[in-house]
Design a protein around this ligand. Structure first.
Ligand code: HAM
Length: 443
């Protein structure tokens, strides 16, 4: 029966206890079985990226909100609508939960004087980011990113290296290169972009009646983002929009040509996508996304590009950079669809104890076995032998050890092969040697 809460009687707002016990919308618990995939992804990233000489660097989850206002751009969806911000109680400082890594990494590069290190500085990060988006499949409000940055050099070789490392990482996870599609574009620099934006704006102004209200708004606030529109109404207009590649200045054209040449020589296939502009304002020149070929819509596994002005914009020297971020949940979903099987290591031994004296000895023995590097599990809270044997089976132990009142008195212990069912009684102090011998034979 539902009880009226005291709060209600005092006319205070009623607390919905069921709601209190749910995660916030768009956020989820990462349960142990899922964490296997996150760990697998991080371990594969570590192996792949450290081999390519990237080193791990983690900025804080909270940064000053202005870092993102300035870095990502105040007219982007992320800053305008999606940032989780808070004001600290004492200092009244405005902070934001990071909606992405790049701005934080650039701040860390400047603040820690990394521009004095040998360039490029190659960093990777792995952790949660937060965006107040409309939750749907593959789109969460808290999600993990694996982020890679190469800071301090403008060479097209670094754009190609980032794309190569991203592709190798996905292949090392188990993706087949045939099922990945890399879309690529160049969105120029401060010299050529204004010329392109003028042409794009002029073109869209001639088609105002054929575009959605969002695009009309973007035309005024952030015209380049108009190419990001997914509304069916705008499809025709978008398809015939001017192509940025026709407007690139000589430097940007050469840069892009070099990136593509290196990708060609590496045998990395790509698709030129003239509508790819990305949703963050810091990009210059190369932008790219990696998708699973069979996935319709805008669910990219990874997205990135060059951002040559961001270090300077955030108070550093003139240092160009390039990077990419992967959506971990989207990759985890794909790994599950691919039936990638991951398991926690199973305990090789299960210790069964019956009676108080045995229980006492069991505690000591468990630690002895673990110190001897033998993985062991037990149910010290149980006394019933049947249920303990059942559990030994359930966890998949190769051997169980049985310690009862009589064995304790005799200084013995029973070792049982869980596959053959054969068992023998051995002196208690020989247990580690015997187990090691048996386990060696089994492995
Ligand atoms: P982004 O495209 O905003 O780029 O995010 C990178 C990836 O994060 C996406 O390709 C997608 O896989 C995943 N992602 C984005 N939003 C969500 C969401 N709501 N739920 C689940 N996954 C999501 C960046 O964040 C840039 N900082 C990448 C970069 C690094 N550029 C240069 N360096």
């Amino acid at each position: 029966m539902l009880m009226r809460s005291k709060n209600t009687q005092n006319n205070l707002p009623r607390v919905n206890k069921r709601r209190l016990l749910q995660t916030p919308r768009g956020m989820k618990d990462i349960l142990p079985e899922d964490f296997l995939y996150y760990d697998y992804l991080l371990q594969t990233a570590k192996k792949t990226l450290e081999f390519y000489n990237f080193r791990r660097c983690e900025p804080p989850i909270l940064e000053k909100a202005d870092l993102y206002n300035k870095g990502i751009g105040s007219n982007t969806d992320i800053v305008e609508k999606e940032m989780y911000t808070l004001k600290t109680k004492e200092e009244g400082e405005f902070l934001a939960l990071r909606p992405e890594y790049t701005a934080g990494i650039v701040r860390a590069y400047v603040e820690n004087g990394m521009f004095n290190w040998p360039q490029p500085v190659k960093l990777y990060s792995f952790g949660p980011v937060f965006r107040h988006e409309k939750p749907q499949a593959g789109r969460y409000r808290q999600f993990y990113q694996l982020n890679i940055e190469s800071l301090g050099d403008s060479s097209p070789a670094l754009d190609a290296e980032i794309i190569l490392a991203a592709k190798v990482f996905l292949e090392n996870l188990g993706f087949n290169h045939n099922e990945l599609e890399i879309s690529i574009n160049s969105i120029g620099c401060h010299k050529c972009r204004p010329i392109y934006i003028r042409a794009l704006t002029k073109y869209y102004q001639q088609h105002l009646k054929d575009i959605c209200t969002d695009c009309k708004k973007r035309l005024k606030t952030n015209p380049l983002r108009i190419l990001d529109c997914k509304n069916a109404k705008c499809k025709n207009v978008k398809e015939k929009a001017p192509n940025f590649l026709d407007f690139l200045c000589d430097d940007c054209r050469n840069h892009f040509k070099n990136v593509l040449d290196i990708l060609d020589s590496l045998g990395i296939s790509y698709v030129l996508d003239k509508t790819l502009v990305r949703g963050l304002d810091y990009y210059t020149r190369t932008v790219f996304e990696i998708k699973k070929k069979d996935k319709a819509g805008d669910l990219a596994l990874a997205g990135g590009g060059r951002y040559d002005y961001l270090v300077k914009l955030l108070g550093g020297l003139d240092r160009p950079a390039v990077g990419v971020a992967f959506g971990v949940e989207r990759i985890v979903d794909e790994l599950k669809l691919m039936k990638k099987k991951l398991e926690y290591p199973k305990p090789k031994v299960f210790l069964i104890q019956i009676g108080d004296a045995a229980k006492k000895q069991a505690f000591i023995l468990l630690e002895k076995l673990r110190k001897a590097n033998i993985s062991v599990e037990s149910n010290l809270e149980k006394d019933n032998i049947k249920s303990q044997i059942k559990n030994a089976d359930r966890v998949g132990a190769l051997y169980s050890l049985i310690l009862g009142q009589q064995e304790v008195l005799d200084g013995m212990i029973i070792i049982k092969d869980m596959v053959s069912g054969l068992q023998e009684t051995i002196p208690f102090d020989r247990i580690i040697d015997e187990l090691k011998k048996h386990l060696k034979e089994t492995i």
